[in-house]
Write a protein that binds this ligand. Structure first.
Ligand SMILES: C[S@@+](CC[C@H](N)C(=O)[O-])C[C@H]1O[C@@H](n2cnc3c(N)ncnc32)[C@H](O)[C@@H]1O
Length: 321
């Protein structure tokens, strides 16, 4: 099975599926040059990258140096940028650039910038990814273009997972140039795919009526004071895919194992798929042809169900003798 992630970021799911042998090949795409540079370096400059990790000093001087490389991300050397991306991901709060360095610039906090930089663990993981390089295809393309040009050429069984940037995100977490019209254009091309897919979003996607004819699973933390899912997110599902049995029951189901520290609950919403439902452009063609048939019938030929039936003339009774 070819597993495809057009907005790959950290590629956590793709790699898990590869390592667990659910996917034979993973196709990971990200438009961001720093993200692409990181993966390119992992795959093509593995030894060099591991040496850099081993030798790097975890100080504010180094942090400033790596930040300067990142600030020139449009032109920086790809390998240097790949390393800078990894360095900042490990030394910044929540792994994001906007988060700032762990412990602050004065390094006076409880945790220092080295708190999440376990060198041995990182090297081991990067070496493991490189051992799978023959089964990893890396792309740097806009996801919409990628969907239209690369995805149709992937042969064999394909499953796609789209995790686009949020529609309403308080902070600028990732590269995100999308307006709602871009999200709609993306939805159109995903729905037209003849391959199974899932798409995840913040719940705002439902308010914007994206994927209105598809099932969706809403998920989030169990309960908050506002009587709603806290930090709700939504997963839209293509019609062809078979879901776990309990998802099909009405009500709420747990997505995490029992007694998990961060329980997540899900609930199905939206349209129920039926076997006769057809995906994508074929469905649109059938709909248009049905519409044409309906419109071609003269109005007079269609009985009006609201019109009162005309009284039938009474049969003359036989004359009394
Ligand atoms: C919500 S994140 C995905 C996170 C990913 N699922 C993970 O677990 O790390 C969105 C990703 O999409 C990338 N991105 C943003 N706009 C893009 C676009 N137009 N085409 C492709 N990738 C894009 C960002 O660089 C970011 O890595």
């Amino acid at each position: 099975m070819n597993y495809v992630e057009p907005y790959t970021g950290g590629a956590a799911i793709a790699l898990a599926l590869l390592f667990e042998e659910y996917a034979s090949t993973i196709h990971i795409n990200d438009l961001s040059r720093p993200v692409f540079a990181f993966w390119r370096t992992v795959l093509d400059q593995n030894k060099w990258l591991c040496k850099r990790i081993e030798k790097v000093s975890l100080t504010m001087t180094e942090w400033n140096r790596q930040r300067a490389v990142y600030d020139k991300r449009d032109s920086a050397d790809l390998d240097e940028l790949g390393f800078a991306t990894l360095f900042l991901n490990r030394t910044n709060r929540s792994g994001i650039i906007a988060g700032g360095v762990i412990g602050g610039k004065k390094q006076a906090g409880q945790w220092g910038l080295d708190a999440r930089f376990g060198k041995l663990g990182l090297i081991e993981r990067i070496k493991k990814v490189a051992r799978y390089r023959e089964r990893i295809r890396l792309y740097q393309s806009d996801a919409l273009t990628f969907t239209k040009t690369v995805v149709p050429k992937i042969s064999g069984k394909v499953f796609l997972f789209y995790d686009p940037p949020y529609i309403e995100s308080g902070e600028k977490l990732y590269l995100n140039d999308y307006g709602i019209e871009d999200h709609r254009a993306l939805a159109d091309s995903i729905i037209a795919l003849k391959k199974p897919w899932v798409v995840t979003y913040d719940y705002a996607a439902v308010g914007h009526n994206l994927y209105p004819a598809h099932r969706r699973m809403v998920y989030g933390l169990p309960y908050s004071a506002q009587d709603r899912y806290d930090g709700r997110e939504v997963m839209f599902l293509s019609n062809g895919i078979r879901l776990p049995e309990e998802w099909n029951y009405s009500g709420t189901f747990a997505l995490t194992p029992p007694r998990s520290a961060y329980p997540l609950y899900g609930k199905m919403e939206g349209m129920k798929a039926r076997p006769e439902m057809v995906e994508g452009s074929e469905a649109a063609t059938r709909f248009m042809s049905a519409l044409k048939t309906v419109l071609s019938v003269p109005k007079a030929a269609v009985p009006n169900p609201f019109k009162k039936a005309e009284k039938k003339p009474r049969r003359p009774s036989a004359p009394k003798r």
